[in-house]
Design a protein around this ligand. Structure first.
Ligand code: TTP
Ligand code: MG
Length: 233
């Protein structure tokens, strides 16, 4: 009698021998600046967040709609975020270290939680997003192996957000950034505790991103060196 085994999906990228790094931090903390700096080094392949794609989904600027009526557009926007992130995590890259701006983890543990708390997502929509997240994590393994966290105070993030003036974000307040900062903090300190208890293995490399570029760049170099050391390249 033959046994039918449950088919477990082959990890899509772990077997490729690549280090997958998620770059995290509040809106305006400097993730794109860090990624752009790393892109000059041939060991790194950089995948920036597709904000442009979010600005034209079937002719609709989803990011703009989300900020103008979050209760109506929160769910489609978060689905779009997850789909585009999944795309980036699954893409094959020829380089040793793949850096991706954000992950499904921060989309869920920071943005989704915040939206739920504000009533911008109902419990069914949130459960669907969680199901999607779990499938992507467990079947596709589209998750990072290391997190680089750009830690910036809400005030600094806010001043950067104002100076870059992304039109869709004109209504983003310092209070909203403070809430998101709190969610990042809770998520990452919980993760740190689980790492210490060896219940999870997702190291976090933190950069103090409150400082100006000419100072923070030394930490960029340190983290890049550390990532290369971890990968042995
Ligand atoms: P961020 O992902 O924080 O990217 P950024 O380019 O603003 O950050 P940095 O300056 O550090 O490079 O946010 C992009 C926009 O998308 C922002 O308006 C917040 C929004 N967003 C959500 O609303 N939900 C999400 O799940 C994500 C990932 C982003
Ligand atoms: Mg960015």
């Amino acid at each position: 009698m033959s046994t039918v085994d449950t088919v477990i999906a082959e990890p899509t990228y772990e077997s490729r021998g690549q280090l997958i790094v998620s770059v995290e931090g509040n809106i305006g903390s400097g993730k794109s600046t860090f990624l752009s700096y790393c892109s000059q080094d041939p060991a790194f392949d950089v995948f920036s967040e597709p904000v442009d794609t979010w600005s034209n989904v079937g002719g609709t600027n989803l990011l703009e709609q989300f900020y103008s009526d979050p209760a109506k557009w929160g769910f489609p926007f978060q689905m779009e975020v997850m789909i585009t992130l999944l795309d980036r995590y699954l893409r094959i890259s020829p380089r040793r270290i793949k850096l991706v701006e954000r992950s499904l983890l921060s989309a869920r543990h920071c943005f989704q939680r915040c939206m739920l708390a504000h009533g911008h997502l109902d419990s069914v929509s949130s459960a669907i997003l969680n199901q999607f997240h779990d499938t992507v994590r467990d079947q596709w393994r589209a998750i990072p192996q290391i997190i680089v966290y750009l830690s910036a105070s809400p005030a600094v993030s806010y001043s950067r957000l104002l100076s870059r003036a992304r039109s869709e974000e004109s209504g983003v307040t310092l209070e909203y950034l403070s809430e998101l900062d709190q969610y990042h903090d809770e998520w990452l300190s919980g993760l740190q505790a689980r790492n210490m208890a060896e219940e999870e293995d997702l190291p976090i490399l933190t950069i103090n991103a409150d400082r100006p570029f000419n100072e923070v760049v030394k930490d960029y170099d340190r983290v890049m060196k550390e990532l290369k050391f971890l990968y042995d390249c």
